[in-house]
Write a protein that binds this ligand. Sequence first.
Ligand code: AMP
Ligand code: MG
Length: 446
Amino acid sequence: MLSVYQACAEVRSRSLPLTPRRLPLLALLGCRLAEPISADRDSPPFDKSLVDGFAVRSADFDASTPPRELRVVEDVMAGSLPALPIGPGEAAAVMTGAPLPPGADAVVMREECQRAKGFVHVRRDHPVSPGMNRLAQGSEMRAGDLLLEAAHRLGAVDLGLLASVGAAAPLVFPRARLGILATGDEIVPWDELPGPAQIRNSNSAHLHALAVEAGAEPVDLGIARDERGILSQALRQALHDERLDVLLISGGVSVGDRDLVPATLAELGVEPVFHKVSLKPGKPIFFGTYGKHPVPAPARREDIDPNGRTLIFGLPGNPVSTIVGFLLFVRPALEIMGGGRAGDASSVRVRLASAFQHRGPRTTFHPCRIVSGGDSRAPWAEPLQWLGSPDLRTISRADGFARLGPGDREHEPGEEVQFLPIRPCAELALSRGAASGHNQSKADHV
Ligand code: AMP
Ligand code: MG
């Protein structure tokens, strides 16, 4: 059986960046750039007024040259160019965002002035200095300046920056399309009333959301019954769906009589890479690839047409197994497809807030809540008491999973361990601050 490290490496070696495309600006939140973005022109493109007021020559305001009465030569609105330069003893009324006329090097706020009959009077005690309330041409950026590097992940503010330089359809790594198929005779849609022996399809809901958080585009493929013909039909349709880069199947991958997924995938031509990882929860996880051309293992980049192969993940159906499987294997694959570099999924470190006993031969992911942060050391993580892989309720209060190596061990409070965060790391860092100092009931502690 593969170790978690080996299995992660197998997934990474078969994940390739998707072919970059030009996509419209508003669709790009969370995508990575496939080209660097430079300024197309200076910003501001002219010396610009930061306030509503009067453009002046600061030299007119030397202490030796009162009075402070200036002739107003024109009014310049935002969006129009000044028609005239200003000379000694002259000013131009300017609105916020308007270009300054030649000759002006400062703007006096309107609140400091009185205007009457073609003249403006600047309050006597108001100091005027060169550059005041002026944003000089090119001070924010010069034409040609590098603003965003290739592979940068676009945040909300970046979209504004792209718009400001006219990058209306930059070259980006597209979102991976990920089909989600639930399986199981006992599973019903969440908006239907389950029969006495049935449960609702919770997996498709959190897998969908995890995919969105990972920057992918999920497609709900519904629920397939544990019946050879029906399952085969649903899987064939998904494998032939040209849109999909990844297929996620929940349930049906274990050793039960009705766990038909791996055999059915094999019949349909999926090449298995692994089935079972020394992992808890989620041991029977399946990973394979599907495409027109067989790929020798280990896969080499040049052997694979990135758009010709679908990555197939079969996640054991217990809700928490699907979550751990997604975070460990699917999220890194999506990261690489999206132009990023997936490192170790559980590379964050935490300190255990209480003693913890771990037993068993498999690498175990135990749910924890982050209970403090703030100093420069690893945050404290409180192990949560839970009922195991069906217990979604407890996981809804967890920030992630402590990674505990195989073998029986007593972990001391304060011991540092690796951590698999549920949310992407940046968000975890923020929530840590918010969570610090909060109290937990004893029942939460293991
Ligand atoms: P399986 O991997 O198909 O043997 O399923 C293992 C457990 O996970 C069973 O108790 C299933 O009822 C449960 N399960 C499977 N699929 C889902 C799902 N989509 N939503 C919630 N629970 C599920
Ligand atoms: Mg099942």
